[in-house]
Design a protein around this ligand. Structure first.
Ligand code: ES4
Ligand code: ZN
Length: 326
């Protein structure tokens, strides 16, 4: 069996996926037409050609513009189900998906529309595709603490549908400490806590995510590798890192996939997982990430198996649920 076939056949969990980042240009055009929203592109090819980024902010500007076509419950349901179909084809058995409510509520789309649409798509994925899922509400870190607090309050009627909170968007200049109080409040509500850290931001931001936000899982974490004490802390605590190789390449977090830190992370005993982040923008779903990284750095089958096993170990599921998803 080839490595690519081996990867395709491995059951996996996806733990770092922004649902708005799974909006393929074809669906973007369909929703633009359905909702009579103007988009600044004439063709699907022109949209794809615009996906050429030199850093995180370049991408975020286009990503927030793309989300403009999402208006109705049906739109959010269609978006989610399209992602789950692709994920199921990659043998994803469980997905913990991020959504950015502020991107929608700030343009007048009610929180209820977003969550009802997404959870309808998740229910359909469970029955039609046998893919289970959970939702993680992300706060946009370029906005202020009060806006994050208001978003958490808006989520309160829906807490039974939300597994945790996360922190995403522009990292540098927006350290985790800015959100310590809202993360404390989310923890007191019984929510899991995750945060993007060390994607572009320094190791100090990773320390803050651990010590101030008390995260249960870390998104990216690449720049942790610059700090020996931090590596040891992550290894000793068994912290799961949700790493996204093709995202890192597209956003110039790494300049060459062959130099990606995953092999060193594994050697140092870190609990690494592979994920697609924003697959419609970064050129691939989860199996594309496994295949591209395996080819670029020469992963062994044992390492690939470890990465998939880590994805179930790091999931917010009970031991019994994990076994049932394999
Ligand atoms: C994101 Cl790759 C990445 N980093 C930070 N925030 C994000 N939102 C969507 N994708
Ligand atoms: Zn991300």
């Amino acid at each position: 069996m080839t490595m690519d076939a081996y990867i395709a056949d491995l059951p996996k969990a996806e733990l770092h996926l922004h649902i708005e980042g799974s909006l393929e240009p074809e669906l973007m055009f369909e929703l633009a037409r359905r909702n009579r929203v103007a988009i600044p592109f004439d063709t699907v090819e022109a949209v794809r050609a615009a996906y050429d980024f030199s850093n995180l902010q370049d991408f975020l500007d286009i990503y927030y513009a793309g989300a403009e076509v999402l208006r109705t419950e049906q739109d959010f349901q269609d978006l989610a189900l399209a992602y789950f179909r692709r994920a199921a084809a990659d043998r994803v058995r469980h997905a913990e998906i991020f959504f950015d409510p502020q991107t929608h509520t700030d343009r007048g789309i009610p929180f209820q529309v977003v969550i009802e649409g997404l959870t309808s798509g998740m229910a359909a994925a469970r029955t039609e595709l046998d893919v289970s899922s959970q939702l993680i509400l992300c706060f946009l870190r370029h906005l202020d603490e009060d806006a994050a607090q208001a978003t958490l309050s808006a989520a309160e009627p829906w807490l039974d549908r939300i597994a945790g909170v996360g922190l995403d968007s522009s990292e540098v200049g927006h350290p985790p400490s800015k959100f310590q109080r809202v993360f404390d409040r989310a923890g007191a509500m019984g929510l899991k806590r995750v945060a993007h850290a060390g994607e572009e931001g320094p190791p100090a931001y990773v320390w803050e995510a651990l010590d101030l936000l008390k995260i249960d899982r870390m998104d990216h974490g690449n720049r942790s590798m610059e700090d020996e004490a931090l590596i040891q802390r992550l290894a000793a605590s068994g912290m799961t890192l949700t790493v996204c190789p093709l995202s890192n390449l597209k956003l110039c977090v790494v300049d060459d996939l062959a130099k990606h830190p995953v092999p060193e992370m594994l050697r140092r005993g870190l609990h690494v997982t592979l994920n697609s982040d924003d697959p419609a923008y970064f050129g691939g779903y989860v199996n594309d990430n496994y295949r591209a990284l395996a080819a670029a750095v020469g992963l062994t089958r044992e390492q690939v198996t470890q990465l998939a096993r880590n994805s179930f170990e790091g999931a917010f599921l009970s031991p019994g649920e994990k076994i049932a998803r394999l």
